[in-house]
Design a protein around this ligand. Structure first.
Ligand code: GDP
Ligand code: MG
Length: 431
């Protein structure tokens, strides 16, 4: 999402690092480039103006520090200022009330319903109750119901009015022990009095602990003005920015906090109900200035497989006992991490390697389908997979015999290689 900014900043930083010393001319040149980059990424112009002025001041102040190279000085200052702009520390939802109430508000199509389900997944251990509050569109209630089922969390359907729905849902939550209640309120195409009246009455009568505005990250500056308006009329606790997986330039993310002083809690990074990331100013700053998002990468990897699990798999692999059942498990844990290309984008330097970004999930799905079409015995003893079994597996998985052959061959090669390395058959490993 921050490709434009990152790309330019990385180039600029490299250029700056090349200078032995920086004259005022070079510094103002760099500041000018930073300004243009941010404006191009659709960051609010007032925010950019102030940001660049601060940056300049800080650079002047620090100029005396001899230990830093001039380029490093600018880079470090850039990072620090960016961090400040984004709000320094991550905001977390506190569950001190019973139940804790989150009211999701925002215009139509920004992702409220999807985000309600995503929060349900994220806080599943709080036994969340998702509440449909859109009276005018019965389909909206149905959509939330389906998503709640998918997330395997409780659902409360819409009643005669939004307010009544919220009150009844809260009664039920108290009776059934839901620790988190999420209101999926109605959206409109534009902010209107009718909608604000409804949201206000929900606010006054149910006292939500969090009123979170859901904004679409693709709309750029519009997101900032929506946030301003909702904040003035309703008083927001925070924002959630969605659709940051697409071509969003990230400008809204950088501006919202500064313009509205409303903190960002989460980012939506895909259509799946698992695609929600906590907003971490530190991580985003690192991502923007192009050092790769090691932290979130690590987190994702940790989520997918514990170190013990990893070790177990590695051990099996080394002993040559690795079979298709293990392989399927591995494959799924990689998939759990999300979109492969997204994962690659977080590795430092990977963005510079051509072609990497084009790796898609199709190949993974095909491989998974092939393994799923194998019997249990075939998975643990691939040797028995003869010609007729190959044909059966291919038709069962909707692939071709060539696909099956290729997978078997690659699997055997990898296994042989690991086995040989381990038993020392490789001359080059012998002393
Ligand atoms: N790519 C992407 N699509 C999203 C994200 N969040 C929501 N959407 C999509 O945006 C559309 C509108 O979402 P919905 O939750 O119905 O919005 P609502 O009208 O605010 O409730 C749907 O097609 C969602 O799948 C996101 O983070 N990334
Ligand atoms: Mg909706």
């Amino acid at each position: 999402m921050f490709e434009i900014i990152t790309d330019k900043f990385v180039k600029l930083q490299r250029k700056l690092l090349g200078y032995g010393r920086l004259s005022s001319k070079e510094i103002s040149e760099a500041l000018r480039e930073i300004r243009i980059t941010l404006l191009e990424a659709d960051v609010n112009y007032k925010v950019v103006g102030e940001f660049v002025r601060n940056l300049q001041e800080k650079i002047e102040e620090k100029k005396i520090v001899e230990s830093l190279k001039p380029g490093e000085l600018i880079n470090v200052t850039l990072y620090q200022e960016l961090l400040k702009l984004l709000g320094e520390k991550a905001e977390k939802i506190q569950f001190s009330a019973m139940p804790t109430i989150i009211s999701l508000v925002g215009l139509q199509g920004t992702g409220k319903t999807t985000t309600a389900a995503k929060l349900g997944v994220k806080y599943k251990n709080k036994k969340p109750l998702l509440v449909a509050c859109d009276v005018k569109r019965p389909a909206a209630s149905e959509q939330l119901k389906i998503l709640a089922q998918r997330a395997q969390v409780d659902f409360f359907p819409v009643e005669e009015t939004a307010l009544k729905t919220c009150i009844r849902a809260l009664e039920q939550a108290k009776a059934k022990g839901n620790q988190l209640v999420i209101f999926d309120t109605a959206g409109r195409l534009h902010i209107d009095e009718d909608l604000m009246g409804e949201l206000k009455s929900i606010k006054d009568k149910t006292k939500p602990h969090y009123i979170l505005l859901v904004v679409d990250g693709m709309v750029g500056q519009d997101a900032v003005s929506q946030a301003q308006e909702f904040h003035t009329k309703l008083g927001l606790s925070g924002a959630i920015i969605t659709k940051l997986d697409g071509d969003a330039k990230g400008g809204a993310v950088v501006s919202i906090r500064k313009v509205t002083s409303v903190p960002i809690y989460f980012m939506g990074t895909g259509e799946r109900i698992e695609d929600l990331e906590e907003f971490s100013p530190q991580r985003i700053s690192t991502r923007i200035i192009g050092q790769g998002d090691i932290l979130s990468l690590q987190e994702k990897v940790a989520q997918a497989m514990t170190p013990q699990e990893q070790e177990k798999v590695a051990e099996k692999f080394l002993k040559g006992k690795f079979n298709f059942t293990d392989f399927l498990e591995q494959l799924r844990s990689v998939k759990k991490m999300g979109n492969i290309s997204k994962l690659i984008a977080m590795i430092p330097g990977a963005s510079a390697v051509k072609g990497l970004e084009n790796i898609d999930d199709k190949e993974f799905n095909r491989t998974e389908a092939i393994i799923l079409s194998m019997t249990k015995q075939e998975r643990s003893e691939p040797e028995i997979i003869d010609g007729s079994r190959r044909r059966r597996i291919a038709s069962g998985s909707g692939t071709s015999v060539e696909d099956v052959n290729r997978l078997l061959k690659e699997f055997r090669q990898a296994k042989d290689l690991m086995h040989n390395m381990n038993t020392g058959k490789f001359k080059m490993f012998k002393r």
